[in-house]
Design a protein around this ligand. Structure first.
Ligand SMILES: [Zn+2]
Ligand SMILES: [Zn+2]
Length: 232
């Protein structure tokens, strides 16, 4: 599923940003409505006000935004977080192993240098530190899984909504680089964890949305095979 306009993936889940929708430098940005609004990743930064307009376009009031969950510290995912924190008082959630890069505005670890962008040091509100951590919104739980590999503090998130398991697995595909602290062995273990979830929908970070479940597994297995021989 690709589009140049924001769109609904399924009930209460929307794509509000991507390289085609908001800014060439943005990852795919997902909005979930669980009574309060949650963003999964926030784009590179320059597009933040465009993302706000897109939240309105899918019929949601951005003032209901409570939380931004960052799947990892790279600027294409995290650069917009400060804007939502400042303007909407959104709580910023990230794994502790990627928190320092964001808080320091580390140009290498956040890959900001690659993107030729600056990175405003961004205070973290909630540091994830467990293998698996549940964040509750009303009666719903978003489950954050530590899935190191691409970066040390990469997470994947899943939720069971209306009988479907939805997995947010940004940058499953890498790339892997010593500057990021990538670890291919850890990544292989992480990918197996994601396969075990048997998700019905994969919301990926740069290549869109994959469904049904069979396509989700094929996608993850394809990358496991591509990197089967590699080491860093
Ligand atoms: Zn990344
Ligand atoms: Zn990315």
């Amino acid at each position: 599923m690709r589009s140049s306009e924001p769109f609904e993936v399924c009930k209460n889940l929307y794509v509000v940003g991507s390289s085609e929708i908001s800014d060439a430098r943005d990852c795919t940005v997902y909005l979930i409505d669980l009574g309060e609004l949650i963003l999964i990743d926030a784009g590179a930064g320059p597009s933040a006000s465009h993302l706000v307009k897109n939240i309105e376009k899918v019929g949601k009031d951005p003032r209901r935004l409570s939380t931004v969950i960052l799947t990892h510290c790279h600027i294409d995912h995290s650069g917009g977080a400060r804007f939502f924190q400042k303007h909407f008082n959104a709580k910023l959630v990230i794994h502790e192993h990627d928190a320092k890069a964001v808080e320091k505005g580390d140009l290498t670890m956040t890959a900001a240098r690659w993107y030729n962008l600056s990175f405003e040091p961004t205070p973290v509100d909630v540091r994830l530190s467990e293998e698996e951590q549940r964040l509750f919104f009303g009666s719903h739980a978003l489950v954050c899984l530590h899935t190191p590999g691409h970066t040390p503090g990469s997470i994947a998130i899943y939720i069971d909504l209306d009988g479907q398991r939805i997995l947010f697995g940004q940058d499953i595909h890498g790339p892997f680089h010593p500057d990021f602290g990538s670890d291919l062995d850890a990544w292989r273990t992480s990918m197996q964890k994601l396969l075990n979830l048997k998700a019905d929908i994969l919301c990926e970070g740069h290549f869109g949305v994959y469904q049904p479940g069979e396509k989700v597994s094929t996608y993850i297995e394809h990358y496991l095979e591509s990197y089967a021989e590699d080491s860093l």
